[in-house]
Design a protein around this ligand. Structure first.
Ligand code: ADP
Length: 312
């Protein structure tokens, strides 16, 4: 209930707040009855009402399970006597924070900063984890689910650094409940996303799609294996990422990958440079401008697994 959550999060106090994102604010909480540490995501939706169907939709999300998804435990929807609405999603807690913190520790407050950097193999494992869960959402669920907001802050790491995707299904939920603000968000992200994670077609009012997720996954790979944010001038400053591949012939993609390695902060010795080039090539092929030309997620999983076998 709302009361339980308020107590467990210390009245939603800033000391319990662990971050805020596009759709709400996240608090750490200890549920006394279960003695479980959880993450409570308080949503800020514009649409009002429809409390019951909100909960029913959350129930259906609970059935979507995969080892690389952050488990949705329950949802809360309530309204107080003044008519204020409150909606929250309660997830399992991921103790190693988000991938974003691991990729850019210099931007993280000291107390939250990871004590070391990720190795190449750990990065590859995380990439395989994320691609596998996307494959599950895109191909193996009874209706394909596009995540629509894939980025390092949505990839959370467990004790053993297994990657767990968060916010899955939130896109579908919001599309049903608050379509107007969600499509607004997507298209504004698309405009910013020319230098970020959102696929270029979103900026043109395109509907969410699995191809859009593959684009974002490509950006993610380039970021993970160069150590640079997509806004970095390494990727052409405010030139779109896909402009790299737009004009490139297939054989030039490897040259581009080499250039990225040369300019990236990651210093690795041979044969790892070759491994990096292969991963970056996959990333670039996910970032094709035209959705139909991007790799399918099943191919991405195969390619990343065979790179792992070849080099490790
Ligand atoms: P964004 O929209 O940027 O992804 P979120 O609102 O999903 O932001 O989450 C904000 C931050 O809260 C994340 O970057 C992460 O550090 C933290 N967080 C979210 N969910 C969890 C969780 N289940 N366990 C631990 N930390 C979480």
């Amino acid at each position: 209930s709302y009361g339980d959550l308020r107590n467990a999060t210390n009245g939603f106090s800033s000391s319990n707040c662990i971050g805020s994102g596009s759709f709400g604010t996240v608090f750490k909480a200890l549920l006394p009855a279960e003695n479980d540490v959880v993450a409570v995501k308080v949503l800020n939706l514009k649409r009002r009402g429809a409390m019951k169907s909100f909960l029913a939709e959350c129930e259906s999300l609970k059935d979507i399970r995969h080892r690389n998804l952050v488990k949705l435990l329950t949802a809360c929807s309530s309204i107080d006597y003044q008519g204020n609405e409150f909606r929250a999603l309660i997830y399992e807690f991921m103790p190693n924070g988000s991938l974003d913190m691991w990729l850019h520790p210099e931007e993280v407050e000291e107390i939250h900063r990871p004590s070391r950097t990720l190795t190449l193999l750990e990065r590859l494992d995380i990439a395989v984890d994320v691609a596998s869960v996307l494959e599950y959402l895109h191909v193996h669920c009874h209706e394909p689910i596009a995540h629509c907001d894939l980025k390092p802050s949505n990839i959370l790491l467990n004790d053993d650094l297994t990657a767990h995707l968060s916010d899955f299904g939130l896109a579908r939920l919001l599309l049903k409940f608050d379509q107007e603000s969600f499509l607004n968000y997507l298209s504004s992200a698309g405009v910013r996303g020319t230098i970020g994670y959102a696929a270029p077609e979103y900026g043109l009012g395109g509907q969410p799609s699995v191809h859009g997720d593959v684009y974002s996954f490509g950006v993610l790979l380039l970021e993970m294996f160069t150590g640079k944010r997509p806004t970095n001038e390494l990727f052409g400053g405010n030139v779109t990422l896909h402009s790299y591949t737009k004009s490139a012939l297939p054989e030039q993609v490897l040259d581009i990958a080499d250039k990225l390695i040369l300019h990236s902060g990651l210093r690795v010795g041979f044969p790892h440079a070759e491994c990096l080039a292969s991963v970056l090539e996959v990333g670039l092929r996910c970032c094709e401008e035209s959705p139909a030309n991007r790799l399918a997620i099943t191919q991405v999983v195969k390619d990343l697994n065979s790179i792992k076998e070849r080099f490790f």
